[in-house]
Design a protein around this ligand. Structure first.
Ligand SMILES: Cc1cc2nc3c(=O)[nH]c(=O)nc-3n(C[C@H](O)[C@H](O)[C@H](O)COP(=O)(O)O)c2cc1C
Length: 325
């Protein structure tokens, strides 16, 4: 798949997820085979006002490239300045959030709120396009009502403004995560614009990737929740796409992945912050496995990452091969 002048090695993309797609997890997803990773959403205001916490969200590692940075905001001038900051920070691609429906974002007219303000949307995207040469994408929802008209209108505006690809999670802003993603809208969007269309929503297993491609004709597939603690979904989807039996992560592979995650977290956040973050993250990788809740409870008490490494080793070594199939 091509996004602007960027050629992706395959059509699989890790969805942006606030608090989850931080650098350590993005590295695992890339290693598992997805072609593109996206930062969590980054406040354009925060970037422009030089907030240290916000600017840190743009820190990248060579092994995760290409990296897309997602910004949210509503003011065309601020968004333009933020886009320049993202470009200077070295991201490979810029994504504009048109889908977030949390109150704090909607209140400032950003995220999904932009989908009901076509003139503002146009001003935001035109401003960004005139300022940066990076490949540019937008990520949207269905809009505020289920017909999909707002999504098609927003995608056409985006294309007219020079956006290179659109990702769509076809649920309304009001729906949140309830109900089902309406994949038929992905197909309609594909027919409505000539830029690349990335389908997103309710990919639960590797076979759903092929089903979404078949049913919608989308160019790319973006995976969010199903990849949390399960980066192997990308490996398995690639296997299916190449008509190979999907590889199942065995015990050494799982253990190794979690140990790398700890290592990447320490490198990125430093020991103290990594310990606090890992307490609630390591359980992702044992979800559904035997005694996972005991493992999670034990991790929550640990004070160093070495203790975490030991606990992870002990846990995985206690598992039988049959537990993992
Ligand atoms: C915890 C969480 C955080 C999210 N944060 C963002 C975000 O920062 N930006 C964004 O565009 N979408 C965000 N999303 C939406 C996802 O990118 C994706 O569109 C949604 O989860 C549907 O895909 P899925 O069914 O594969 O999870 C988030 C979703 C979750 C579950």
């Amino acid at each position: 798949m091509k996004i602007g002048n960027l050629v992706l090695e395959n059509p699989l993309i890790l969805a942006p997820m606030a608090g989850i797609t931080q650098l350590p997890f993005r590295r695992l997803a890339r290693e598992a085979g997805c072609a593109l990773v996206v930062t969590e959403m980054v406040s354009a205001n925060g970037l422009v006002h030089g907030s240290k916490k916000t600017t840190e969200l743009l820190i990248s590692h060579p092994n995760e490239r290409p990296l897309s940075a997602q910004i949210f905001g509503a003011d065309p001038e601020i968004m333009k300045e933020a886009a320049l900051i993202v470009q200077t920070a070295g991201a490979d691609l810029l994504d504009v959030n048109l889908g977030c429906s949390v109150r704090r974002v909607i209140r400032q007219g950003a995220g999904a709120a932009l989908m009901r303000e076509p003139e503002r949307l146009e001003a935001v995207l035109k401003g960004i396009r005139s300022a940066v040469s990076l490949p540019l994408t937008v990520k949207m929802r269905t809009g505020w009502e289920p017909s999909g008209k707002q999504a098609i209108r927003a995608a056409r505006i985006a294309e007219y403004c020079g956006v290179d690809a659109v990702a769509i999670h076809p649920r309304t802003a009001i729906q949140g995560f309830s109900g089902r993603a309406d994949w038929s809208l992905i197909a309609r969007l594909k027919e409505s614009v000539s830029m690349s269309v990335i389908g997103n929503g309710d990919i639960r297993g590797p076979d759903d990737v092929l089903r979404m491609q078949r049913e919608t004709g989308c160019d790319g597939v973006m995976i969010g929740r199903a990849a949390i603690g399960n980066p192997w979904i990308f490996t398995q989807a690639l296997d299916l796409m190449h008509a190979r039996p999907p590889r199942w992560p065995d015990r050494p592979k799982r253990l190794n992945t979690v140990l790398r995650y700890i290592d990447y977290a320490v490198n990125h956040f430093g020991e103290g912050r990594a310990v606090r973050i890992l307490r609630s993250r390591l359980g992702w990788f044992t979800k559904g496995l035997p005694h996972s809740s005991c493992f999670r409870a034990s991790i929550a008490r640990l004070k160093t990452t070495q203790e975490m490494v030991d606990a992870v080793r002990t846990y995985f070594e206690s598992l039988e091969t049959a537990d993992l199939s």
